[in-house]
Design a protein around this ligand. Sequence first.
Ligand code: NAD
Length: 478
Amino acid sequence: IPVDPFDLVIFGGTGDLARRKILPGLFRRYRSGQMPDGSRIIGAARSDLDGAGYRKMIADAIAEFGGDEAGDQDCLSKFLTCLDYVPIDAKGTGGWSELAQLVRKDVVQAFYFSVAPSLFGDLAERLHTNGIASANSRIVVEKPFGRDLESARALNRTLATHFDESQIYRIDHYLGKETVQNLMAVRFGNVLFEPLWNNHYVDHIQITVAETVSVAGRGAYYDRSGAMRDMVQNHLMQLLCLIAMEPPSQFGADAVRDEKLKVIRALQPVDAHHIVRGQYDAGPDGKSYREDAENPRSFTESFIAMKCHIANWRWADVPFYLRTGKRLKARSSEITVVFKDLGHSIFEGDEARHRNILSIRLQPNEGMDLQVTIKEPGPGGMRLIDVPLDMTFADALGDKEVEVADAYERLIMDVIRGNQTLFMRGDEVEAAWRWTDPLIEGWEARNDVPKLYDAGSAGPEDAMMLMHRDNRRWRDIK
Ligand code: NAD
C-alpha cells in the first residue's frame, strides 16, 4: 500500500547504516511503487557535500548494497532526484536554517537519528529551536538505546523533553522481519496453536541467534557492550516477548506493547549457573576475540546462553533457553517451540520419542516448519517417523511474487504510516534493562571469566551442558 509523499531527514545520512541499509531499502520501496514521487529524503551529516555529491555517494551505495534491483538505472535516476543533502553538525549552528527551508510543513516529516546516541539530545533540541519539528513530526532512533537502565532512562528523558512518546520510533530491526510478524499471524490467526501454547503442552522454547561474523572492525564498541547488551537485551528479548505474550485484544501498537511489557516484567532473575558466557578463540581463518577487540585482558562475552523463566500461569515451569554468539558455525536465527511427549503410545514397539516441534526461522530462508509424526510409507508395518511440514515462504508464496522486504524498509514505511506496533516503547526498553542489569552486575562482581570456544563451533561446551543437565538438547545450528 503506497504512503502519502513525505519528507525524511536522515541525520548520519553518510554513515554505514544509511548507506548499507536505509537508502538501499528506500530505493526498493520506491521501485515497488510504495514510496511516491514527491517524497524527499534529505541526508544531514558532518561531511561537506552538496546535493550532487550526496546523490553520487548514494548511487554508489545502492550499486554496492542494493542487490539485483540496483541494476534498474531508469528507476535509480528518478529515485536520486528525491535526494538532497545539508551539511550539519548536531552540536553546531551551521546548516539548520537550510534544513528548515527544505523540510515541508504540510507532509509527514520523519527524522532518522542514525548517529551516536550521545547526539540525540542535541538533534532533538535543535530541531525545535530552529522551528523544524512540529507535533506531527516523527523521530526514529537506533540501538544501542542505553547501556543500562540509568542511561536508557536518561535517553528517554532527553527525547521526552522534545517529543511525545507517540512520535518516537525505537527501531529493533528484528521486529521488521517477515517471520517475526508471521509469528503473530500463526499464533493468533489459527485455531491450532493457541490452545497448545502453554505449560500443559510446551516442554520448552529455544531462541538462537547465531552469527558467523567476528567483532573485527567494531571491536572497540563491542568490547564495551558484549552479547548481553548488544543482542539479548534488545533482539532476543523482543523475540521472547512475541512468543510468550498473551493475546492482545487487537493488533494495535499499545495493545501489543502492553502485552510484551508484561512478559518482561514477569521474567525471573536468572541464577548464575544458568548463564554461560563465552569468547571465541583464534581459528585457522581468524583471530581470537581478544585480538579482534584489541583488548588482551577482555572479559567481555561474544557468546551467551541462558535459561530463563517467565513467572505467570501460562509459562510456569517452562524453560526458555536463549543463545547468541559471534563466529559460530552458521548464520542462523531460529525460535523453536518443543511440545511435550505424548503421555502414551498405542503403537507396539515404538520406543522412540516423538515430539511435535515448531521451528520459526528468521534466517536463512525465512519460514516455519512443524515436525509431525507419520507412518513410514511402505509395507513394513506401523513404523513411525518424524517429518517436517515445511513452509518456506519463498516456496509457498513464490508464484505470487511476494516480495520479502528487508526489515529496515518495512519499518521505515511503518514510521511514515504512523504505525508504532513494531517499535519498542520507552517503558519496554527500561523494563528490559531492569532485568539485564543485575545479571551483568552479578558476573562483573564475580569476575566471571568467559569460556573459550572454537570459532566455527556451536559455542562453549558449558552451553551444551546447560541443556544436557535438563535432559534436553539445543537444535543444531545450520
Ligand atoms: P557511522 O560512524 O558509519 O556514521 C555516523 C554518521 O553520523 C556519519 O554520517 C557522520 O557524518 C554523522 N555524524 C557524526 N557526528 C556528527 C555530528 N556531530 N553531527 C552530525 N552528524 C554527525 O555510524 P553508523 O554505523 O552509520 O551508525 C549510526 C548509528 O546507528 C549508531 O548509533 C550505531 O550504533 C547505530 N547502528 C548501526 C548499525 C549498522 O549496521 N551500522 C546497526 C544498528 C545500529
